[in-house]
Ligand binder design. Structure first.
Ligand code: EAX
Length: 330
């Protein structure tokens, strides 16, 4: 084959391929990459499935959602950065690393702020929650809907924890969140911030003694394989949020954007329902798998121990948001 012939046939091939691509993209669905850190049996996956089903149905196949569970696209901080630069389209994340991007959300990470699920959901579904979603727009993120992770509890491999004194000296993995870190520091623990995808191995290898997460996450991650003790401290409510990339969403028509809003709302509703189910059934499942569960925790001494976190928060961010949450009718 001569060089000239080879070149010509190559350019013919490229022209053909370009045509084929053009024809395909006229009909092909636009792929939406959705990421989260939890397993495909988790409450986030229930939410991801609802997002996918709703968006694909409403858009009549114009969009196709591809789910990437288990931190396949990175930890929550990395995925949020991905939304900002457009390498990820939709993320379901806790507020763990979100305050690093949208400091207004730190208020939600204060320990013992909400007394129960009803109150937390009511605040997030009302004007405060809406204002916080809107704030995300000022930081290259689109806040689509408040979803849920759950009330967080402490697990560890060293001892049964009943009082804050039992927490002293424990190396506890926290999320990359300075309000959470301040709370654990105040209890006398050694807070070790770490992205979630690294956590299981860190527990297995003894890099940290413990971690804290809702029943939902403890079940979905099978933490019983690496942690013996669970104490139902319920020390902080952990919201989740369905976030979108402005690079994708700002380019959509109003109708298309509406489909994403509805898909996010369906996702949040399905996730909350699954959280409620696991709150009813999860502890029993953890016991069956060998965890020792302290259910009867006196919260008052814990609440007192973490008080310095409030001072640290208000010194830096003022008390306006906190006062609003406390004054809400919820
Ligand atoms: O959002 O990092 C955490 O502990 C979170 O609770 C988990 O990734 C689910």
């Amino acid at each position: 084959m001569t060089a000239t012939f080879a070149r010509r046939s190559l350019s013919t091939a490229i022209a053909g391929a370009t045509l084929a691509l053009g024809a395909a993209s006229a009909q092909a669905a636009q792929t939406i990459n959705l990421g989260h850190t939890l397993s495909d049996s988790s409450h986030y996956s229930v939410g991801a499935d609802a997002f996918k089903e709703t968006l694909e149905r409403l858009s009549d196949g114009e969009f196709e959602v591809v789910e990437h569970p288990s931190g396949a696209l990175g930890g929550e901080r990395a995925m949020i950065e991905g939304l900002q630069i457009g390498t990820v389209d939709v993320v379901i994340t806790s507020t763990g690393p979100l305050g690093n991007f949208v400091p207004e959300t730190y208020v939600l990470d204060l320990p013992f702020l909400f007394k129960d699920y009803d109150q937390a959901r009511c605040v997030l579904d009302g004007p405060i929650g809406q204002d916080l979603l809107n704030k995300m727009g000022e930081h290259d993120l689109v806040g689509l809907a408040w979803s849920e992770n759950g009330f967080r509890h402490l697990t560890n491999s060293k001892r049964a924890v009943e009082t804050p004194a039992d927490v002293e000296g424990l190396k506890v993995r926290t999320m990359e969140n300075k309000v959470h870190m301040a709370a654990f520091e105040a209890m006398g623990a050694h807070p070790t911030p770490m992205a979630f995808p690294e956590l299981f191995t860190a527990l297995q290898q003894g890099t940290v003694d413990g971690q804290e997460n809702p029943i939902t996450v403890i079940v979905a991650t099978k933490f019983w394989e690496v942690q013996d003790n669970l104490s139902l401290t319920g020390h902080v409510y952990s919201p989740a949020v369905v976030l979108g990339s402005p690079i994708l969403l700002d380019g959509l028509s109003e109708e298309e954007r509406g489909w994403f809003d509805q898909a996010a709302q369906a996702s949040a509703a399905a996730t909350r329902e699954e959280v409620s189910r696991l709150e009813r059934e999860g502890v029993e499942l953890l016991r069956e798998n060998g965890m020792t569960v302290e259910t009867d925790i006196d919260k008052a001494p814990f609440q007192e121990a973490v008080e310095p976190a409030y001072q640290i928060y208000t010194d830096q961010y003022g008390s306006e948001m906190l006062d609003r949450v406390r004054a809400s009718d919820c």
